[in-house]
Design a protein around this ligand. Structure first.
Ligand code: B12
Ligand code: SF4
Length: 472
């Protein structure tokens, strides 16, 4: 079978600015590799600046037997519109829709089917929820045999207007059994134009390596637990094999681990460092981690070991310095956030924090107090977003049950628009976010200057960053 896999354009602020906005559609790369392992042919299209017509031309040239589209919540309508265009232009090729949005919609169907009905108001033939590799293989093998798709687990079907949700698929037990993602044909040179802060542009050849799936926790705004199930890892040897391959094929010198819970097993990270040392691999790397995982002298020692082998930047989900909210949402104490940030700074790791505004029960005074606290932390970057209730999270349920959603337009659920009714008006939230962002960067000027003194190469990275920002 021939399968085209598409990530539609998202057109967010980050995409327009070209700032860290574009990385490979790793989910599609995994799906393609899995299908090719079984003898199928695949085409991956990452729609960046291409028009729908250009995408269709590429698909027509490939002549697929099935089409897969990946989507998150904020680009749901782009996915739906693309499916419509495909049906019109390409005839009756089955269209399969997977990713976060449909997964969240299936989860929500436990309470009501509104979201799923909306999904199937677009001409998707089959939906896949949760981890996709085995579900898609089963679908394609079934289509290959000319059999009707019925009860494949991990799928949801629209049979003449009736939505049928099949059983949930068990998460993969052995992640090492997965083939490495298929990356051939993707516009890596374009991805490399993302602007790093810690390295000048020309030095960065960047790829994502997903070394574990899932998370041990279940924070109320996060879809990870309903999407991936329990935490699972690949072996350090398997991870290092992929990195070695990426260095050979794409000359990668910077690896981003997009794992949700990178430090869940600290021994595996030590073993990864040992593999890097044994193989004499030279590259920089970065990851997310949970603040609670970096607290003790042993944790600091681990970070120093990671630094020795190229670890340069940590993303920490700070979200708020309002201790009441932080505890109820994530079960983390503000002192733990401060400790993790302090340890990273001592080790010399660049720290990117995330911060969300718009909790329904936070007053303006409380928000201002929380902001003033975070401005005191030595962060290198801070992603300030509006708290967004994605389907498939406890927060979404809470907002639905308490009539707190201010929009049903998913394109607004991109973390850049307020969408929860709160004690602070939408206008004020937008102004606070803008001022907060400005204040954060003004407050970091002395820190940036100090860094520039230590590493003059950074000047170029900063200059390119601001040039990009100014283009938007
Ligand atoms: C890397 C990443 C990015 C990259 C872009 C990646 C890309 N090429 O699109 C960057 C940093 C730019 C980014 C930006 C944003 N992101 Co982001 N990002 C991620 C992250 C960390 C990893 C994605 C990934 O590679 N996953 C690994 C692959 C293997 O998983 P997958 O893609 O889900 O695919 C699997 C299944 O979903 C399924 N599947 C997926 N598609 C399909 C299709 C078919 C046909 C089938 C059968 C199956 C299937 O099978 C795959 C294999 O198992 C995820 C969180 C996470 N860990 O997943 C957030 C995440 C996807 N991002 C999210 C958000 C909100 C954003 C932003 C809006 C944030 C912002 N405020 O700007 C922006 C949007 C901008 C944009 N361009 O999309 C949310 C989406 C939530 C939602 N429900 O919509 C997530 C889940 C994080 C979160 N907050 O919970 N992001
Ligand atoms: S926010 Fe982070 S720690 Fe919490 S469940 Fe999501 S990935 Fe895990």
């Amino acid at each position: 079978m021939r399968v085209s896999l598409i990530q539609p354009t998202v057109n967010t602020y980050f995409d327009k600015a070209g700032i860290r906005g574009i990385t490979e559609p790793l989910g599609l790369c995994y799906l393609a590799a899995t299908l090719e392992n079984q003898g199928h042919s695949t085409q991956i299209i990452h729609q960046l600046e291409e028009s729908n017509d250009q995408v269709i031309t590429k698909i027509k040239e490939f002549q697929p037997d099935a089409i897969g589209i990946t989507g998150t919540t904020h680009n749901f309508y782009s996915c739906g519109k693309l499916a419509k265009v495909f049906k019109k232009e390409l005839g009756d090729i089955p269209i399969i829709y997977g990713g976060y949005h449909i997964s969240g919609s299936v989860y929500e169907s436990y309470w009501n089917q509104r979201l799923l009905q909306e999904v199937f108001s677009f001409p998707f033939d089959i939906g896949v929820f949760g981890e996709g590799e085995d579900s898609l293989s089963d679908i394609i093998n079934c289509l290959n045999k000319g059999e009707e798709i019925r009860n494949i687990s991990g799928t949801v079907l629209n049979k003449e207007g009736k939505i049928i949700i099949n059983s949930t698929r068990e998460p993969l037990k052995n992640l090492d059994s997965l083939p490495f993602p298929k990356r051939e044909g993707l516009p890596y040179e374009r991805y490399f134009q993302n602007v790093p802060i810690e390295l000048p542009l020309s030095q960065q050849r960047f790829a994502s390596v997903y070394s574990s799936r899932g998370c041990r926790y279940s924070c109320n705004f996060c879809q990870t637990s309903t999407m991936w199930g329990k935490w699972r890892t690949r072996s350090p040897k398997n991870i290092a094999d992929e990195i070695e391959l990426l260095q050979g094929t794409l000359g990668i010198n910077y690896v981003w681990f997009p794992d949700e819970d990178f430090l869940a097993d600290k021994e595996r990270v030590k073993e990864l460092c040992e593999e890097i040392e044994k193989r004499k691999l030279k590259f920089f790397w970065r990851s997310f981690f949970r603040a609670t995982d970096v607290q003790t002298p042993q944790d600091e020692e681990l970070l120093r070991l990671m630094y020795r082998f190229g670890y340069r930047a940590a993303f920490i989900g700070i979200e708020t310095m309002n201790s009441k909210i932080l505890e109820s949402m994530k079960d983390i104490r503000t002192a733990q956030v401060e400790k993790a940030v302090d340890i990273c700074s001592r080790v010399g790791i660049s720290i990117r924090g995330t911060y969300m505004i718009g909790y329904h029960n936070e007053s303006k005074e409380e928000l201002e107090e929380s902001i003033s606290q975070i401005l005191n932390l030595p962060l290198d970057e801070l992603y300030i977003t509006h708290l967004t209730p994605f389907p498939g999270t406890k927060l979404y349920r809470f907002c639905e049950e308490n009539d707190l959603l201010t929009t049903t337009d998913f394109s607004k659920m991109d973390s850049n628009h307020p969408c929860i009714r709160s004690k602070i008006s939408e206008e004020d939230l937008i102004t606070i976010k803008r001022t907060f962002t400005l204040n954060f960067y003004l407050a970091s000027v002395p820190r940036m200057l100090k860094k520039l003194e230590l590493n003059p190469q950074l000047t170029r990275g900063y200059r390119e960053f601001w040039e990009k920002v100014n283009q938007v």
